[in-house]
Design a protein around this ligand. Sequence first.
Ligand SMILES: *[C@@H]1O[C@H](CO)[C@@H](O)[C@H](O)[C@H]1NC(C)=O
Ligand SMILES: *[C@@H]1O[C@H](CO)[C@@H](O)[C@H](O)[C@H]1NC(C)=O
Ligand SMILES: *[C@@H]1O[C@H](CO)[C@@H](O)[C@H](O)[C@H]1NC(C)=O
Length: 458
Amino acid sequence: MCPLLFVTVSVIILYPVDSIWPSIIPPPPKLDYHEWWGPEENTTQDTSIRPFRVHFNESMIKDLRTRLTHHRPFTPPLEGIGFQYGFNTDTLESWVQYWAQDYPFAERENYINKYPQFKTNIQGLDIHFVWVKPEVCGNKKVVPLLLLHGWPSSILEFYRAVPFLTTLSDGRDFVLELIIPSLPGFGYSDSAVRPGLGPVEIGVVLRNFMHRLGHQQFYIQGGDAGSIIGSIMATIFPKEVLGYHTNFGIVLDPKALILIAGMAVNPYLFMDPKLVHRLYPLTKTIEFLLEESGYFLIQATKPDTVGVGLTDSPSGLLAYILEKYSTSTNKEYRQLKDGGLTRKYTRDELIDILMIYWTSNCITTSMRLYAETTSKKELAFRTYETPTTVPTWVIQAEHELIYEPPNALRVKYHNLVNVTAIPYGGHFLALELPQVFSEDVLDAIKTFRGSRTAKIKL
Ligand SMILES: *[C@@H]1O[C@H](CO)[C@@H](O)[C@H](O)[C@H]1NC(C)=O
Ligand SMILES: *[C@@H]1O[C@H](CO)[C@@H](O)[C@H](O)[C@H]1NC(C)=O
Ligand SMILES: *[C@@H]1O[C@H](CO)[C@@H](O)[C@H](O)[C@H]1NC(C)=O
C-alpha cells in the first residue's frame, strides 16, 4: 500500500487552498460506533465467540488444480527481463506447476490451523482471528497486543513471529496475549455489503472487537494497511490504545511533506547521514513510487473490474500477489528472473497466502479497501493530520517502500518514543525477520509500560 503519492498530489493542490480559506474545510463526519456493515435484514447481534478451523476440501482442491493445469499459454517475457514488467512468466510456470502438483494441501492446512482461531460478529461482520493466550506466565502480567496485517497479506504474516513474541524472559515483567484478526474483507472475515468501511470505520470495528474479547485497553502493532488502521485507532482512541508500534511509519500530514521537501536542500544537515539515501534524492523516490503504484490507483478506483480476472484465475492471482512479495521485500529483486521470492520465504509459505485469498475468495473485497481509504468521506476525517499522543515506536527496514526521517514522523506522533532503523529487511518484516521484528516489538512494549509506572499497569 503506498498512498503517499496519491495524497501528496491531493494535498499539494488542496493544502494552500484550505489554509487560505479554512472555513471551506468541512467538519469531520460523525462516527457511528455501532454502524451496521452486514446485510440489513438481521440486526440481531450474535455476541458469541466461535472456534474456527481452515479446511481445504476436496472439491475446492480439484477445481483449483483444474484451473491451474488448464491455463492458456503465458506470454513469454521479453529478452533479458526479470520482474521489471511484472511477474516473469517463465518463473510463473514453475510456480503454477508446483501449486497444482506438489503443494502439500493437508500439511499446510495443519500449519494454518497451528494456532487457535475463532470468529465473532461485530457490527454485522464476522471477524476471523487467531488468539494466542500464554500458557505459562508465572507471576507475569498478561498484556494484549493487536497485530494488524495489510494488503496483500493475512494473519500468516505473523505466524513465524508468534513463538518469539510469546517467549518468556527474565528481563520482562509481562507476557503477550496475541490477537491477530483478518481485516474485514480479508481472508475468513466478512466484507461489508455497502460502501464506506474505510480504515476509520475498521478502527471502530476492531476497537469493539477488542472489547468483545474483554480488552478495554491494549497495544497495537501494524504494517502496511494495518499501520494506517493502527495509527487511526491510536489517534481516535488514545485512552484505549496504550502504545502503537509500526514497521511502516508514514506521516502524510502536509506539514511533514513540506518539511521533507525543504530538507532536500541539504538533507545531511537534518538527518542521520547513513539514512539519507533512503529518501533522497526525492526524484529517485518519486520515480520509484510512480513505477510501483499503478496497482494502487487501479484498486482505489476500479477494484471490482480487476477483481473479476483474479477471482477466476489462480495463476493470475499468484502473479498479482507474489509480484508484491518480490518487489516489496527488496526493489533489487526486480532485476532477477525468479524475483528472489524464495530467498526469504519458502514456496509453501507464499502459496499459503494465496490459499487464504483463493479459498475465501477475498481478492476483490480486499482491494476495495484502497477505494474506501481514498474516498472523499474518509479523507474528510483528516486523521492523517490529527496529532497522535499515544506512545509510538517505529522500526524502519532498509528496503521498506517509503522512508521518512524522525523529524517528519514527529509532526504527527507527538510522543515518538523511539525509531529503530535497521540496515536490512523489507516491507513484510514480521514474515521476513520474525526475531528482529519481535524483539523490537517487545522492547517497545517494555518501554511503553515503563513510562506508565505511576499509572495503571497494563
Ligand atoms: C439473526 O441473527 C441471529 C444471531 O446471529 C440468529 O440467531 C438468527 O437466527 C438470525 N435470524 C435470521 C432471520 O436470520
Ligand atoms: C469447499 O471450499 C470452498 C472454498 O473454501 C467453499 O466455497 C465450498 O463451499 C466448500 N465445499 C464444501 C462441499 O464444503
Ligand atoms: C531505541 O532502540 C534502540 C535500538 O533497539 C535501542 O538501542 C535504544 O536503547 C532505544 N531507545 C530507547 C529510548 O528505548
